[in-house]
Design a protein around this ligand. Structure first.
Ligand code: BGC
Length: 553
C-alpha cells in the first residue's frame, strides 16, 4: 500500500512546495455520498466505488467527515470510539481499502478529528457517570456542582451552540456536565494530561494507517477560560459581519499549545501530513494564529464563505485573508459550502444573496434556483482562480441546491430540536447525492433507499445528466480544475486590475478573471476565452452574474 502511495503522491522536494499549500480538497459527508449495502445510509465501500468520480474531477484530496463508532446524535460528530468504524459505514478493513484506492488514484485522504467532545456513549464518559463527584474518571470531562440550595441551577449561564443550556445532568446525578453542543456531546477537559495523551495516540493510530491529515473540529473550543466565567451571549459557530465578543469558551490562548504538540506528532511522520482548523474566529489575524509555522497547516476561511454577493466585500475579504495568512507564511483557503451551512447555490439565490439562514424550510424564503446557480457558477470561476487551497463540498460540482422543503418529520439535526424548530438546521445540505437521474434514489443506493428524502428537482443535477454535456456545471468544474493545475493558479499571486464597482477583475499569472456581480453587462478586456460561467448567448461583453477566465496577454 505504501508503495502505491509513494509512487502516486510525491512529497515536497523543498519546504514551501508542500501539496496542501495549493490543494483542492473535496469534502465527502459519508452518510450522503454513496450507499453500497442498500440501507439508505452512505458507507465507506460506497465512497470507494465512487472515488473515480472524485479523481476525474481533478482534485488533490478528499476530506471525510466522521465515520467513527457513534450513536449518530450529531451525524457522527459524537464519537464513541475514535479508533473504530461505525458498522453503519463499514469496517476498519473497508477504511484501509478506501485509503489504498484513493492513494492509487492520486488522491490524499484527510479524516475528521473531533477533540472538543466525545459521545455520551464513549467509555470514558460512561465511567465518569458511574463514579461519584470528584472521581478521576470525572476529571476528563467538565463536571461541576450546580448552584442554588438544591444545586439544581446550572453551574454557569453558558448556552449550547445548538440552543438551550450548555449544561446537563444525568438522571439521578448530583453534578452537571458541560456540552457546548448537544447534551449527548460532553466536552473534554483539555487541562487533563490523559485527554492530551489520548488524542496524541489517536492521531498516531490514523497516521500509522496512512492518512494524510486531519480536519480538526471546533479547533477554537478545546480550552475554556479558567473558572468558566459567566457569559450571557449565545455561543454560535455562525456569526455575522461584526467581530463579536467571542465568549470565554472560544479562542483561548491555551489551544495553541495543543496544536504545537500535534504539529510535532505529524512532523515525525514521512510525507507532508497536514491539519486544517475549523475555527470560527475573527478577525483573520486571530485565525492566522492557528496556522503559524509550528501549528496547523491550514484553517477554513469562513470570512469568504460568509461574504455577501458584493464586489467590495469580496475584495476586502480576499485581501484580508491573503494578508493575514501571508503574515505567518501559511496558504489561505477558499470555501463556499460545507455540511453545516445552506448550500451556496441556494444562498446566492436569496433576496440578500450570500446571506446565511440557519436552514430553509417550506415556510421560509425560497431561493431563486436559476439565479443562485448562475451566481454559484460565476463564484466557481473566482474561487478556483485564487492562490492557495480550495475546498469543494460534495455536490457543489453539480451545482446542487439546498433541499428547502424538507418536512420536519424527516429532520435529524439536533439544532432543530434544541431550538424548538426556530433553527431549521443543516439537514437540507446533507441530502444524498444524485448520481443517476432515472435510478431509484437517483442511484445513491442499490434499491433507492435514502436516509433523507431527495427532492424531485435533484434529478436534473444527477451526475449522469451532466457527464459529457458541454456547459454543465460538472464539466465546468472539471475544465476549471484542469486549467487551475496547468496554470499553477494555486501557487500563483493575485494582482487586482481596474474594474467598475460591481465587477472584480484580477490576474493570476497567465490567467485574467473577470466576475460581474452586477445586473448589467460590462465590456470585456482583450484576451482569448479560457473558461466561462455561461455558454455564450451572443451577448456583448460580460453579462451580469457571470464570470470568465481569459488568457492574459
Ligand atoms: C461540525 C458540526 C458539528 C459540530 C459539533 C462542527 O463544527 O462541523 O457538524 O455539529 O462541530 O461537533
Amino acid at each position: 500500500m505504501d508503495q502505491v502511495a509513494t509512487a502516486a503522491l510525491p512529497s515536497a522536494s523543498h519546504p514551501g512546495a508542500e501539496w496542501w499549500r495549493s490543494a483542492v480538497i473535496y469534502q465527502i459527508y459519508p452518510r450522503s455520498f454513496a450507499d453500497s449495502d442498500g440501507d439508505g445510509m452512505g458507507d465507506l465501500p460506497g465512497i470507494a466505488a465512487r472515488l473515480p468520480h472524485v479523481a476525474r474531477l481533478g482534485v488533490d484530496a478528499v476530506w471525510l467527515s466522521p465515520f467513527y463508532r457513534s450513536p449518530q446524535a450529531d451525524g457522527g460528530y459524537d464519537v464513541a470510539d475514535y479508533r473504530a468504524v461505525d458498522p453503519l459505514f463499514g469496517t476498519l478493513a473497508d477504511f484501509d481499502r478506501l485509503l489504498e484506492r484513493a492513494h492509487a488514484l492520486g488522491l490524499r485522504v484527510i479524516v475528521d478529528l473531533v477533540p472538543n467532545h466525545s459521545s455520551d456513549e464513549h467509555p470514558w464518559f460512561q465511567a465518569a457517570l458511574r463514579t461519584p463527584a470528584g472521581s478521576p474518571e470525572r476529571a476528563c470531562y467538565i463536571f461541576r456542582d450546580g448552584r442554588g440550595p438544591a444545586g439544581d441551577v446550572p453551574p454557569n449561564d453558558w448556552r449550547s451552540v445548538f440552543g438551550g443550556s450548555a449544561w446537563s445532568r444525568a438522571p439521578g446525578d448530583t453534578q452537571w456536565y458541560l456540552h457546548l453542543f448537544d447534551r449527548r456531546q460532553p466536552d473534554f477537559d483539555w487541562t487533563h494530561p490523559e485527554v492530551r495523551a489520548e488524542f496524541e495516540s489517536i492521531l498516531r493510530f490514523w497516521l500509522d494507517r496512512g492518512v494524510d491529515g486531519f480536519r480538526v473540529d471546533v479547533a477554537h473550543g478545546l480550552v475554556k477560560a479558567p473558572g468558566l466565567p459567566e457569559w450571557s451571549g449565545q455561543a454560535t459557530m455562525i456569526e455575522g459581519e461584526e467581530r463579536r465578543d467571542m465568549g470565554p469558551m472560544w479562542d483561548q490562548e491555551g489551544v495553541h499549545e495543543i496544536y504545537r504538540d500535534w504539529h510535532r506528532v505529524l512532523a515525525s511522520y514521512p510525507g507532508d501530513r497536514m491539519m486544517v482548523a475549523e475555527a470560527w474566529v475573527k478577525p483573520p489575524s486571530r485565525l492566522a494564529r492557528y496556522v503559524r509555522p509550528d501549528e496547523m497547516q491550514q484553517a477554513f476561511n469562513f470570512d469568504y464563505l460568509t461574504a455577501l454577493w458584493d464586489a467590495a466585500e469580496l475584495r476586502r475579504v480576499i485581501d484580508g485573508s491573503l494578508g493575514a495568512a501571508a503574515a505567518v507564511g501559511a496558504p489561505t483557503t477558499w470555501v463556499l459550502s460545507n455540511h453545516d451551512t445552506v448550500r451556496h447555490a441556494s444562498r446566492y439565490g436569496l433576496a440578500v444573496p450570500g446571506s446565511r439562514p440557519l436552514g430553509i424550510d417550506a415556510a421560509g424564503e425560497q431561493p431563486d434556483e436559476a439565479l443562485g446557480l448562475r451566481r454559484a457558477r460565476a463564484m466557481a470561476l473566482l474561487t478556483l482562480a485564487l492562490p492557495g487551497s480550495a475546498y469543494i463540498y460534495q455536490g457543489e460540482e453539480l451545482g446542487l441546491p439546498e433541499h428547502t422543503t424538507l418536512e420536519a418529520r424527516h429532520r435529524q439535526d439536533p439544532s432543530f430540536f434544541r431550538t424548538g424548530g426556530v433553527e431549521t438546521g443543516r439537514d437540507g445540505c446533507r441530502v444524498p447525492i444524485p448520481w443517476e437521474a432515472e435510478a431509484p434514489g437517483f442511484g445513491f443506493s442499490p434499491a433507492g433507499a435514502t436516509w433523507l428524502p431527495q427532492p424531485e428537482g435533484f434529478r436534473a443535477y444527477a451526475v449522469d445528466r451532466q457527464e459529457g454535456v458541454p456547459g454543465s456545471t460538472l464539466e465546468l468544474y472539471r475544465h476549471l480544475l484542469r486549467l487551475r493545475r496547468e496554470h499553477g493558479l494555486g501557487q500563483g499571486d493575485l494582482v487586482w486590475e481596474a474594474s467598475p464597482p460591481s465587477v472584480l477583475a484580477l490576474r493570476n499569472g497567465a490567467v485574467r478573471v473577470v466576475i460581474n456581480l452586477g445586473k448589467t453587462p460590462v465590456p470585456l478586456p482583450e484576451g482569448r476565452l479560457l473558461a466561462a460561467s455561461l455558454l455564450p448567448e451572443g451577448e456583448v461583453g460580460l453579462p451580469g452574474n457571470a464570470a470568465v477566465w481569459l488568457a492574459a496577454g
